[in-house]
Structures are given as structure tokens and as C-alpha cells.
Design a protein around this ligand. Structure first.
Ligand SMILES: *Cc1c(COP(=O)(O)O)cnc(C)c1O
Length: 380
């Protein structure tokens, strides 16, 4: 008999989510506005360390609205981290703009500051000043935001910070999502907390967040009838789902602690093999960084591991009904973005070749880890 599936990252509800949802029903606040939406926005702004948040239907919607607020339009260039989920880059295309992809650096696996500057200089030389810079905090690991922000300020280009995977992460004591003009969060089903589907735009610029809420509710002007002077969107989060989000925010710190404990278990396991002729690398925090450890990921370079590949490990886990997945395939290697420019070297491509995301849910049990480690051990 096949044992039950162990997922990469599955939803993990706490005790209070149902009570918040029941309250939404009891008070008939089922609409895409209401007290839970306001409460969830306050919780998020406080947690990230910004003045305001707009709760939205997805992280993708948040990135789309961020680009609209920064007036990204047809023909504009947006500099986007290549190694990421496609949702970071797709909204650039929604706006008819051109993504230009930037390589990763090996420390954090995120946007490489020198490659970013090279791309800016090259674009400016062609008379195309980039409209925005879009770094990502992959798997919860903060990007080198001090360097990225310094470059952004030097060339006066706004930053949209994709913190979809990094709620609760910080660097230099500041929350991920609070560095850019606009920050993006996601509450999709597999993220560190979930509303089943949802996202948020966060910022210290309250006027921008107000404008995001306006655009997300069909851009309705103040009038007794429906009056519109701009194209609007239906991107607001419902009050029911925001209720789930409020419950999830109460357990966020617990979830981070559980995921960080997962990472330490993997570290201990692989260290044992590394003393026996293997060299499995993990995604390490740099000084001052704190990762929420959304996913625990490893690098398996066959040249340093007696020919062992990440694919051998993935297939061994799959045979035991355990889900693992290669790292994000860089956008500049994706068929849909094959015509886009790319700056940097082979770091992102190499990470994709040798990287694997391991089961990382905050609800993994002792028994689950027993199965995971037994399955992994077969590979060594
Ligand atoms: C999940 C994710 C998104 C998109 O969020 P959704 O809520 O699924 O639309 C964007 N960027 C990154 C890096 C993500 O992981």
C-alpha cells in the first residue's frame, strides 16, 4: 500500500481561523470589504513595518497594481530577478512592458547587484531608462536589499519588492516588503500563511495604497451612480478570506519557528553525509539576515557528490510518495520569455540545474520526517 503523500508545503490552519470566518457569516460581512479586511491590513502593515497595506485577491494582482501605480506602460523596461516564479514577471507583460532579466548571486540566490547596475547602464545607453526594479526574496531568504536600494537610488528607479515568499523574513532588522516603494505579499495555498488565495500590496506611501484599493474595486469615482474615469480591476480580498488571514497572522511566528526547525533537521542530516565524502549545500543566511525558511532547499553538485544529482534524490522521494521540486527555473530560460534580454552569468542557471526544494510544511510530523530521511538515506 502506498503511504499518504507528503507535500512540499501544505496549508496549516490554527485554532482561530474558523471563528473569524464564522464572525463574517454571523455579521453578514461576506463582501470584498468589511472589518476583517481592515483588521488584516493593519496586522500586515504592522508585521512588515510599513504604514499601510491593501489586501488583494492574489500576489500576482499586487504586482500588477504596483506596476500600474508606477505608470509602467507599453514599451517600458522593468528589471526583474530571473530566478523566480513566473508570477513575478507576468504582470510586466500584462502592461505591455518589456521584462529584462537579472541573474542571481550565489550567497542568497537572489538578484545580483552588479548585474543589476550593468543592466541599468546598458538600458540607459539605449535611451531606455528602466521604470522599476523587481527583486525577489526566494524561499524566504532576503535579497541584498542594501545594495539593491543603493543602486536604485543612484539611478532614481523605484523598487517593487516581491516578498510573496518572505512574510516574517528580515534583513538588517527591517522586514522584507518594507524596502521598496511598494512591497508584495502572497497568501496562496502553499505559502507560509494562507487565505486559500490572496495577496497584499504594502507601502509607507499611504496615498499609493489608497489608490491601490481604489483601482482594485473597479475604480469607482465618488458619485451616487457608477462613475468611472479610469480603467479599474476586481482585485480586492473578500472579508471571509481576510478572516482566515487574521487567524493565520496569530500563528505566523509559530509557523516560522516550525519551518526554521525543519531547516535545522535537514542541516543535521546532510552534515552527517558531508563528513563522509559528500558536499550538500543549503541556502545559508548571511550576517544580519533572518529567513522565514518557507522552503528548505539544497544544492547537489554531482561533481562534488560522487555523481549524485538532485534528480536522483527527487525521484527517490517521488517513489516513496514524497513531493520535492527543482528550484524555480529562471525566467530567461522559459520559452514564454525567450526573446527577453538577460544580464549576468550562469549563477541562476546553475542553481536550477543542481537545486532541490524539500518538503517544508509547518505541519510535518515526526513520522513524516522518519519517512523523508529514510528515503533520502537510500541515495547516499
Ligand atoms: C506565490 C508567488 C507569487 C504570486 O502570488 P499569488 O498569490 O500566487 O498570485 C509571486 N511571486 C513569487 C515569488 C511567488 O512565490
Amino acid at each position: 500500500m502506498t503511504p499518504p503523500k507528503i507535500w512540499l508545503s501544505s496549508p496549516h490552519m490554527g485554532e482561530r481561523e474558523e471563528a473569524y470566518v464564522a464572525e463574517a457569516f454571523a455579521t453578514n460581512w461576506i463582501a470584498p470589504l468589511g472589518p476583517h479586511v481592515n483588521g488584516f491590513e493593519e496586522d500586515l502593515a504592522q508585521r512588515v513595518g510599513v504604514r499601510a497595506a491593501a489586501a488583494l485577491s492574489s500576489g500576482t494582482a499586487a504586482i500588477h497594481l504596483a506596476l500600474i501605480l508606477l505608470e509602467v506602460g507599453p514599451g517600458d523596461v522593468v528589471l526583474c530577478q530571473s530566478m523566480t516564479f513566473s508570477a513575478s514577471a507576468n504582470p510586466i507583460k500584462y502592461q505591455g512592458a518589456t521584462p529584462v532579466f537579472i541573474d542571481s548571486e550565489p550567497d542568497t540566490w537572489n538578484m545580483d547587484p552588479p548585474a543589476l547596475e550593468e543592466a541599468i547602464v546598458a538600458c540607459q545607453a539605449k535611451g531606455r531608462k528602466p521604470k522599476a526594479i523587481l527583486p525577489v526574496h526566494l524561499y524566504g531568504m532576503p535579497a541584498k536589499m542594501a545594495e539593491i536600494c543603493r543602486i536604485a537610488e543612484k539611478y532614481e528607479i523605484p523598487v517593487v519588492e516581491d516578498a510573496a515568499e518572505a512574510l516574517g523574513s528580515s534583513t538588517g532588522g527591517r522586514g522584507c516588503g518594507s524596502f521598496g516603494q511598494l512591497g508584495v505579499l502572497s497568501f496562496n495555498g502553499n505559502k507560509i500563511i494562507t487565505t486559500s488565495g490572496g495577496g497584499a500590496l504594502v507601502s509607507n506611501d499611504e496615498a499609493m495604497i489608497q489608490q491601490a484599493r481604489f483601482l482594485a474595486t473597479q475604480a469607482r469615482d465618488a458619485a451616487p451612480h457608477y462613475q468611472h474615469s479610469q480603467v479599474g480591476y476586481n482585485y480586492r480580498l473578500s472579508n471571509v478570506l481576510a478572516g482566515i488571514g487574521r487567524g493565520q497572522m496569530e500563528v505566523l511566528d509559530e509557523r516560522i519557528a516550525q519551518r526554521r526547525a525543519n531547516f535545522e533537521r535537514y542541516r543535521t542530516f546532510f552534515q552527517k553525509w558531508n563528513t563522509r565524502g559528500y558536499d550538500i549545500q543549503l541556502q545559508e543566511e548571511q550576517p544580519g539576515q533572518f529567513s522565514n525558511r518557507w522552503l528548505s532547499c539544497i544544492l547537489v553538485d554531482p561533481a562534488k557528490n560522487n555523481g549524485l544529482t538532485r534528480e536522483t534524490i527527487r525521484l527517490a522521494l517521488e517513489a516513496d510518495n514524497i513531493e520535492a521540486r527543482p528550484l524555480w527555473k529562471p525566467m530567461h530560460l522559459q520559452p514564454v520569455f525567450q526573446d527577453c534580454a538577460f544580464y549576468g552569468g550562469r549563477t541562476a542557471a546553475h542553481l536550477f540545474d543542481i537545486g532541490l526544494c524539500l518538503p517544508s510544511g509547518s505541519n510535518l510530523t515526526e513520522a513524516d520526517f522518519g519517512r523523508i530521511f529514510a528515503s533520502l538515506a537510500k541515495c547516499f
